[in-house]
Write a protein that binds this ligand. Sequence first.
Ligand SMILES: *[C@@H]1O[C@H](CO)[C@@H](O)[C@H](O)[C@H]1NC(C)=O
Ligand SMILES: *[C@@H]1O[C@H](CO)[C@@H](O)[C@H](O)[C@H]1NC(C)=O
Ligand SMILES: *[C@@H]1O[C@H](CO)[C@@H](O)[C@H](O)[C@H]1NC(C)=O
Ligand SMILES: *[C@@H]1O[C@H](CO)[C@@H](O)[C@H](O)[C@H]1NC(C)=O
Length: 320
Amino acid sequence: MASGPGLAPPLLRLLLLVASVAHLAAAQGNCTCPTNKMTVCGPDGPGGRCQCRALGSGVVVDCSTLTSKCLLLKARMSVPKAGRKLVKPSEHAIVDNDGLYDPECDHEGRFKARQCNQSSECWCVNSVGVRRTDKGDQSLRCDEVVRTHHILIDLRHRPTARAFNHSDLDAELRRLFRERYRLHPRYVAAVHYEEPTIQIELRQNASQKGPGDVDIADAAYYFERDVKGESLFAGRSGLDVRVRGEPLHVERTLIYYLDEKPPRFSMKRLTAGLIAVVVVVAVALVAGVVVLVITNRRKSGKYRKVELKELGEMRNEPSL
Ligand SMILES: *[C@@H]1O[C@H](CO)[C@@H](O)[C@H](O)[C@H]1NC(C)=O
Ligand SMILES: *[C@@H]1O[C@H](CO)[C@@H](O)[C@H](O)[C@H]1NC(C)=O
Ligand SMILES: *[C@@H]1O[C@H](CO)[C@@H](O)[C@H](O)[C@H]1NC(C)=O
Ligand SMILES: *[C@@H]1O[C@H](CO)[C@@H](O)[C@H](O)[C@H]1NC(C)=O
């Protein structure tokens, strides 16, 4: 018999060794972070396991879920400008420096309530990192990070032969948020559709959000980057949403953020319009742009201030 008792153990050991070497090689070969390409990965984890650290901060990230927007912005700022693949601004677009900044993140990777730039100007931000106060000096106090509990994503799709079936569209977009962005379905409050405009409402307040739940701020940010063709997922191309085989091509995106508390801008800034100041953002095809809508949530509240923001880097404000 070939497999005599004296022969088996060394052979087995050899086989095991070969297997484990192969396994290690394989593990190192694809040690990447599927949910965040702005990372550096290596077999530095416990037991030589693959571990990934965010660029810019060096924080270890959990690659089974989304990385927080604060860490992603920080990573983005750490990449030399020339290497950044930004969407080409249209001719009319202007760069909005207010938006892109190197943020300070807390130990959980969330935005700290107060952010300052190098020239020691400071401001308070909400949970999506968007400024919600006037700028001040270093004596400015921000007591808490005010939560953005409602995000409205407003898309316009490219013309199609026929309008999408609303219920199919609804199901596809919910699936997208559940599967691609790992957002619990209860936070997708509604999908509205009136051809060619689609609105996705994300709602999540602090008491609802469970530990480990993806934050709507992060899901919206991943979505924004996907729409812009700058996907954060490793090795995956952009959005490929199909409704009954018909591709959904997004032409324009606006993202509105609503905070739990009204913002604190001085009146001077509000006089731009007490009823509604809508900064219309029009950017060429793929570019998604972020708009912050601040409303006073009282039912009869008349003022509605809309503040153009950031993170889209570029803007164009044809109508105020
Ligand atoms: C590593 O590669 C294997 C086989 O190709 C694949 O199943 C696995 O998902 C990959 N892991 C990561 C983290 O990419
Ligand atoms: C900091 O704020 C000042 C004043 O608004 C601005 O001129 C400067 O560009 C800002 N710096 C950065 C890095 O955002
Ligand atoms: C939309 O599709 C659903 C099934 O997914 C079907 O029940 C419904 O009748 C369709 N609506 C229209 C207007 O075609
Ligand atoms: C949070 O949302 C839930 C569900 O929409 C709601 O019932 C609850 O009152 C909200 N809590 C707060 C503090 O707004």
